[in-house]
Write a protein that binds this ligand. Structure first.
Ligand code: PLP
Length: 374
């Protein structure tokens, strides 16, 4: 049978898959795999969404005017610096499609966000992956990899899945070394959760660096993952071009109204973030008390460096009704959920450590590596 011809790159990609069990109606799975907010939408947001539902026979505002103005006001910048997209992944796709012709390069750290290589491949960009050092971006090494062929550098701050931050000083040094003709995109999807005093947002640097764009999202701290809204802040001459590359009407009217409402109750949402940060500390302390060596995380998840035991631990969690994100051979990322789900995870991980040979080895390995560091 002859099938229609499609681009060869599609044959090499695998479809994005959410962790098993999360989107089926079966027995309740503890959703700790996608870094979502565990909280229901606040009443004001739910009402705005319900209200907007009655207008869906009409097309949305393609320019996202009201939302763009609300975001600009929130950051004290002019509207022309803001581009709204259907989730920050849509804006990442727009960036990848806009920066370079096939064969040009995008530089990013690895391991980082799983969609970077996929979007680069789809856009025909060549990926240059620079290994993390101790789970963190190696900015000097990344700067070394920027050449005439580089059109874009992606920095994920805090990094998904390792939870490390890029310090303000490292970022400024990196920008000083990067040619003004090469775009640098800072993906700050988890910025609201970062508490490291050395971390700093790229937003303050945008005015001085026309080649810098910052991506933020309503999916994590603002609790609207299901609505699909993100935005980009950059130089007006850059945003003006990027806006042309965005799919018209991609951000629906319900999402626009929901996001405006979220900005209206931001104080309450950021208090919820504070609670998640406290839970992150509690979960990490409990894991440490079990003998587990877990690095400090600056997002709404923790990174368990389990190496070869990752797949087994991931299956163990699945068996206990907990969805986590497994990176075989590397580690397991567990989101910070509601206290109850976190407790179920802590009980499952404690049981794994005591009842399985791999678990026992994971703890003794951690104890040895801590001893070696002393
Ligand atoms: C979750 C996440 C996003 C957000 O994606 P949306 O499309 O806005 O939901 C972006 N970047 C990273 C690194 C993420 O983990």
């Amino acid at each position: 049978m002859s099938l229609p011809r499609l681009r060869a790159v599609l044959g090499r990609l695998t479809a994005y898959q959410a962790t098993e069990g999360v989107h089926t109606a079966a027995a309740r799975t503890r959703p700790l795999s996608a870094n979502e907010s565990p909280h229901d939408p606040l009443p004001g947001i739910a009402e705005a969404i319900a209200d907007a539902a009655s207008t869906v026979n009409r097309y949305p505002d393609p320019g996202c005017g009201e939302l763009t103005r609300a975001i600009a006001r929130r950051h004290g910048i002019t509207d022309d610096r803001v581009v709204v997209g259907a989730g920050s992944v849509a804006l990442l796709q727009t960036l990848m499609q806009s920066v370079g012709d096939p064969g040009t390069e995008v530089v990013y750290a690895w391991r980082s966000f799983e969609l970077y290589p996929v979007l680069a491949d789809l856009a025909g960009l060549r990926s240059v992956r620079v290994p993390l050092v101790d789970g963190a971006h190696d900015l000097p090494a990344m700067a070394d990899r920027v050449t005439d062929a580089t059109r874009l550098v992606l920095l994920c701050n805090p990094n998904n899945p390792t939870g490390t931050v890029v310090t303000g000083e490292a970022l400024r040094t990196f920008l000083a070394r990067t040619p003004a003709t090469c775009l640098v995109a800072l993906d700050e999807a988890y910025y609201e959760y970062a508490r490291d005093p050395a971390a700093s947002s790229g937003l303050d640097l945008c005015a001085a660096h026309p080649n810098l764009v910052v991506l933020r999202t309503f999916s994590k701290a603002y609790g609207l993952a299901g609505l699909r809204v993100g935005y980009l802040v950059g130089h007006p001459r850059v945003t003006e071009q990027l806006r042309k590359a965005c799919l018209a009407y991609a951000v629906n009217g319900v999402a626009q109204r929901g996001a405006v409402a979220a900005l209206g109750v931001e104080d309450q949402l950021l208090r919820r973030v504070e609670a998640t940060v406290a839970e992150r500390g509690r979960v990490r302390d409990a894991l440490a008390a079990h003998g587990w060596d877990v690095p400090a995380g600056h997002a709404n998840f923790l990174w368990l460096r389990l190496g070869d035991a990752s797949a087994e631990f991931g299956r163990w969690c699945t068996g206990k009704g907990i969805a986590v994100r497994t990176f075989p051979g590397e580690g397991v990322r567990v989101s910070i959920g509601c206290a109850e789900d976190n407790d179920v995870f802590l009980a499952a991980s404690a049981a794994w450590l005591t009842r399985t040979p791999a678990g026992a080895r994971a703890v003794s390995g951690a104890v040895e590596s801590r001893a070696a560091q002393r």
